[in-house]
Design a protein around this ligand. Structure first.
Ligand SMILES: NC(=O)c1ccc[n+]([C@@H]2O[C@H](COP(=O)([O-])OP(=O)(O)OC[C@H]3O[C@@H](n4cnc5c(N)ncnc54)[C@H](OP(=O)(O)O)[C@@H]3O)[C@@H](O)[C@H]2O)c1
Length: 257
């Protein structure tokens, strides 16, 4: 299947490791040039070299996307380098656990800035450029815990991930017909150095039980499996799909909608 991504340009935030790096590699494999960012320049350079091995041009911009002006710089430097922006994959995100009563304004503002506002800001800056091309699309990396409860201490994470799904559906209406907007909801994704990998190494038996009880396909998801779903959603082959949130979770989620 030709995904029609040859010679297009994508921005992927938080792509020095983990899911973001695999997404950048998958897009590059399809012939897409990629702009990537993360805070740690050395890790980002290593990731950029890996993405280049797929045959793509890569622009690697070390930055903290929560700092004022940085989302806009990411977009402008990408446009200056490649002359077009077809796709934005809003991947950057993190977690801050705590009970609702303990979490401070600062906690809320910090995680909203990282998991939600960074994507709003990059998207707002990118949309005028995306309107210049045919078949532009945005894809946010949410979580199954943006769709349903995911255990204790996740009020902040769940709220930011639900907000991403919500805004993507509103944007799909606002930006149609020129730009499609979707989100992906991964379940528990294990990759070397990631949080699930760490937990498996620390508590192998507990994690084995977790998988058995929670994931229908009886294994963790792979970052490549999320990357493949995102690449498809950003492609011409997904031209009828907008305003959707796709679970990529091996049957982990329990929500009926
Ligand atoms: N892993 C899972 O099981 C899972 C499940 C559901 C959803 N998700 C979502 O998928 C996305 C990726 O998850 P992941 O597990 O791959 O994350 P990860 O391993 O923690 O990687 C996060 C990436 O974002 C960068 N980053 C973090 N803060 C940043 C900032 N302020 N500015 C710029 N870059 C920043 C990191 O590099 P630096 O630290 O150098 O900045 C790194 O490249 C997240 O949105 C996460 O919520 C993950």
């Amino acid at each position: 299947m030709d995904l029609g991504l040859q010679d297009r340009t994508a921005i992927v935030t938080g792509a020095s490791r983990g899911i973001g790096k695999y997404i950048a590699q998958a897009l590059a494999r399809e012939g897409c040039d990629v702009a990537i960012c993360a805070r740690t320049a050395s890790d980002l350079d290593e990731a950029a070299a890996e993405v280049r091995e797929e045959g793509a041009e890569v622009l690697a911009l070390p930055m903290d996307v929560t700092e004022a002006g940085e989302p806009e710089r990411l977009v402008e430097e990408t446009y200056d380098r490649f002359g077009r922006i077809d796709t934005y994959v809003g991947n950057v995100g993190g977690n801050r656990r705590g009970s609702f009563e303990e979490l401070s304004d600062e906690d809320w503002e910090d995680l909203m800035d990282l998991n939600f506002m960074s994507h709003v800001r990059v998207s707002r800056a990118a949309v005028p450029h995306m309107r210049e091309v045919e078949g532009a699309s945005i894809c946010y990396i949410s979580s199954i815990f943006g769709r349903e409860l995911g255990g204790a201490g996740l009020s902040l994470y769940n709220t930011t991930k639900s907000a991403l799904i919500s805004v993507s559906k509103v944007m799909a209406q606002d930006l149609a017909p020129e730009i499609r907007v979707n989100s992906v909801a991964p379940g528990s994704i294990r990759f070397p150095g990631g949080s699930w990998d760490r937990r498996v190494k620390e508590n192998p038996e507990e994690m084995e039980q977790f998988v058995e009880e929670n994931i229908a396909i009886e294994r963790f998801g792979r970052a490549t499996e999320v990357a493949d779903a995102v690449t498809f959603l950003c492609s011409e082959r997904a031209s009828l799909i907008t305003g959707a949130c796709i679970n990529v979770d091996g049957g982990q989620s329990q929500s009926l909608i």
